[in-house]
Write a protein that binds this ligand. Sequence first.
Ligand SMILES: [Zn+2]
Length: 216
Amino acid sequence: MEIIKINNHIHLIGQDNSIISSSIGIISGEDYSLMVDTGASQAQLKTLEGGIERKELPGNIRYAIITHFHLDHLSNLKYLPLIKVIASKNTSRYIHVDQIIDKAVDLDLQDLKVTVFPLPSVHARGSIGVYLPKEQITFIGDALCMKEKDGKPYTNKDITINMVNTLRSYPTKKYLLGHEPSSLTQDQISDYLDSIYSQCRSSRSTDVFLSGNLIF
Ligand SMILES: [Zn+2]
């Protein structure tokens, strides 16, 4: 597993392809630092420890923001007993959550502001996103993943319209995802968002079967 440097404040530890695991985001702040998801493989935690020892990654990680309740995003929490958890109310049905996100909340890391916000998504109830306004970078977990029925992608009309509206309200140059590809630019996903948005808007039914070139 490698440590991917996005910028001075943000690193990613990629997914471990030998098991189902999400990537881990690290947001470094002066006062404290954050993880975005914890992944699910102990090799990822070894990579994290090594990065901290080499001072490539911050030693003051205090919180883990969990983007949604799926195990591949959070099962490493059991090895991180000192880390406090920020997540949605729905996620708190599965794990202990120290700070529940039910509306957008700003965290002040002293040299960096971070907004944690509810992100409606058909992939998982209670998904949240993490926005860095200065860098215009947004962590979106697996929110873009659609559902599937008989091999065909479909989604829920209202949830998807709300998701696209929410994403558009946070001007973003780079999106960081829970799985590979680990990042996408605004240009790379804007057609996708436009397409699912207009298909949902013009649908009369709640379940919308999607057509076109879907990346997720
Ligand atoms: Zn997931």
